[in-house]
Ligand binder design. Structure first.
Ligand SMILES: Nc1ncnc2c1ncn2[C@@H]1O[C@H](COP(=O)(O)OP(=O)(O)O)[C@@H](O)[C@H]1O
Ligand SMILES: [Mg+2]
Length: 238
């Protein structure tokens, strides 16, 4: 999953998103490099989920540029964007409750021919899922379901892994553990883009941050600079 041509893993410019005639994202631009975690922060309703949806292709959008590893994906429908390397872990858990962990992972295997994770790699990386491989998705705890959702996304062999509010509804210890796992995946070369209400977790593991306000990027910079009280207060205080 390393950089093949020196391009950013994900490059977004001039992104606009629409629900019918209502525009909710206005000219958003940012990039995520291989090995990097970028977090998209902002108040409720700012446009974080819509931005991710525009990138995966499930929300109507226009962009002056949308590139994965340098390849223009704007013309691709959603399922082809996922084959081209964009993986999404939506908020809440989407594992199939009546399938076992192993069946959940097997379903996404072998789409396309990208190099990367197999199911055994998923069990190596998440030993807990290996122990639970015959358990049904619906029997897992919130943290285990989140790991399964991430493992499912990784088995699809993405260039960029996008997660919408991965800490939602999880206990602090589990959140810290998942944060550590995401950092480890990035250190192995994955590009990670995550939205969070939990800015502490996000800024603790991210390299860079973008604050979105009313559908526009209002601030972007290093995660370190974003941790300043002034920035947090300006863009997140209600
Ligand atoms: N399915 C939808 N139909 C119409 N408007 C929507 C829909 N989903 C979100 N919106 C609107 O788009 C704006 C951005 O929402 P969203 O992207 O969900 O924000 P965030 O994820 O930052 O909380 C909000 O004004 C919200 O009301
Ligand atoms: Mg959201």
């Amino acid at each position: 999953m390393g950089a093949s041509n020196g391009a950013a893993a994900l490059e977004v410019t001039g992104l606009e998103a629409f629900y019918g005639k209502s525009q909710v994202v206005f000219g958003v631009g940012f990039s995520v490099n291989h090995g990097e975690i970028v977090t998209l922060l902002g108040r409720n309703g700012a446009g974080k989920t819509s931005t991710l949806g525009a990138i995966t292709g499930v929300v109507t959008s226009k962009a002056t540029g949308l590139r994965v590893d340098g390849h223009d994906v704007r013309h691709l429908p959603s399922f082809k964007r996922s084959r081209s390397g964009i993986a999404m872990v939506p908020s809440g858990s989407r594992a199939f409750p009546n399938l076992t962990v192993h069946e959940n992972l097997s379903m996404v295997r072998g789409q396309g021919s990208r190099e990367g994770w197999g199911i055994d790699d998923a069990y190596d990386f998440f030993p807990k899922l290996g122990e639970l491989k015959d358990s049904q998705g619906g029997q897992l705890s919130g943290g285990e379901r989140q790991m399964l959702a991430i493992a499912r996304a990784m088995v699809a062999r993405p260039t960029v892994l996008m997660l919408d509010e991965p800490s939602e509804g999880l206990a602090p210890l589990i959140v810290a553990h998942i944060g550590k796992l995401l950092r480890q995946l990035a250190n192995d070369g994955l590009a990670v883009l995550l939205t969070e209400q939990n800015h502490r977790l996000a800024l603790a593991i991210a390299d860079r941050a973008c604050f979105i306000e009313k559908g526009e990027i209002a601030w972007s910079g290093s995660a370190k600079d974003a941790r300043s009280d002034e920035v947090i207060h300006r863009y997140l205080a209600v």
